[in-house]
Design a protein around this ligand. Structure first.
Ligand code: ATP
Ligand code: MN
Ligand code: MN
Length: 328
């Protein structure tokens, strides 16, 4: 689970060229603009990530103009992500670095509205035998990056759509949104994707207990940033239900070919993992493979050979994308 608000240490403070009232602090792997002299290296702060929505309390009134939501900003040419407060905003007590204080402050997470074509009718909870799709932000991954330095990875484009899971298990076929199994319904985009790509029949012929996980994009989804004329599904993961793990990259490519399903755009399949967070943020920038005029959301980086645990994969979101589309 994402820690939206936590106690963190200021790792670095640097001036911003041409600005004398503000400077840029480093907290986790994030750069965040602070008032000059407000915090020094080593200070403990309450750090709130982007997507935090603050409660409408007097001390947070200054956030009203942005609907109390923390967004990516650019100040004097410096990208700023998140916000720092002194520990004095918390009730008195002992706090440790990394401790989460989201609920204590009453912060909730910003969630965009779900369009009708994606709502669907719930058939059941998301299957417990398949992990939900998710990716952790590179900015909170310094330790794992350093631990896995040198590993061979694949970089794919992160598509800004909706998470879609198809599964077959002991003859049962299911279509899922991010959080539930959906009843068959011809108006529902997830089911439309199942039909369009003939997923049920392909999985039946394939004969294994697996889940296909990908992103559906296009009409009606996330403002159709890629300007597609229809909806399309792009596979990024295959989960082997019997083995209880994701298949490795080579197998993913092979299965995608057999099942005749498109993969998310592969940007580099022989990338050597480094541990420079700012470099990943740079790599996240650029245009989409699907539409050369659309800024891409970012990249997802994954070890080519599956390793259990946290080191497996992460995302880097393009600040350019967040600055452009952040208000949607
Ligand atoms: P957060 O946890 O940061 O608040 P979030 O959980 O809502 O955000 P996203 O930022 O959309 O999720 O990032 C994770 C999602 O990215 C996955 O669930 C998946 O649906 C989607 N995704 C898009 N493209 C890819 C890709 N190439 N590889 C893996 N996942 C991808
Ligand atoms: Mn998440
Ligand atoms: Mn997304």
């Amino acid at each position: 689970m994402r820690k939206l608000v936590s106690i963190q240490e200021v790792l670095d403070v640097q001036p911003i060229e041409g600005a004398d009232a503000i400077e840029v602090a480093r907290v986790l792997g994030w750069s965040v603009v602070i008032k000059k002299g407000e915090f020094a290296v080593g200070d403990k702060v309450v750090y709130a990530e982007i997507d935090s929505v603050f409660p409408e309390k007097e001390e947070f009134e200054f956030l009203r103009r942005g609907k109390f939501r923390i967004k990516t900003m650019k100040l004097r040419g410096q990208v700023s992500q998140g916000i720092c407060f002194p520990l004095s905003i918390l009730p008195e007590g002992d706090y440790e670095v990394d401790q989460e204080v989201t609920d204590l402050i009453g912060v909730t997470k910003y969630e965009p509205k779900i369009p009708a074509c994606l709502v669907g009718v719930k058939k059941g909870d998301f299957p417990s035998f398949i992990p939900k799709t998710d990716e952790t932000r590179v900015q909170v991954r310094q330790r794992q990056l350093t631990d896995n330095k040198g590993a061979v990875c694949v970089i794919t484009e992160k598509l800004d759509g909706t998470s879609t899971t198809f599964f077959q298990r002991e003859g049962e076929f299911g279509v899922c949104s991010r959080n539930m199994v959906l009843l068959e319904d011809e108006d529902n985009t997830y089911w439309k994707m199942a039909k369009k790509y003939d997923v049920q029949e392909k999985l039946r012929l394939f004969g294994r207990n697996i889940a296909l996980q990908g992103e559906t994009i296009g009409v009606g989804i996330q403002s159709n940033k890629y300007k597609l004329e229809d909806n399309q599904f792009f596979l990024f993961n295959i989960y082997d239900i019997d083995a209880g793990g994701y298949v490795d990259y080579d197998e993913l490519v092979l299965f995608a070919k057999i099942l005749e399903l498109p993969l998310v755009p592969i940007l580099d399949d022989n990338f050597i993992l480094h541990d420079d967070i700012d470099q990943y943020v740079e790599e996240a920038k650029g245009f989409s493979v699907l539409n050369k005029k659309t800024k891409r959301e970012g990249v997802v980086i994954k070890l080519k050979e599956h390793m259990p645990g946290e080191g497996y994969s992460f995302k880097a979101i393009s600040p350019d994308f967040l600055l452009k589309f952040g208000d949607e």
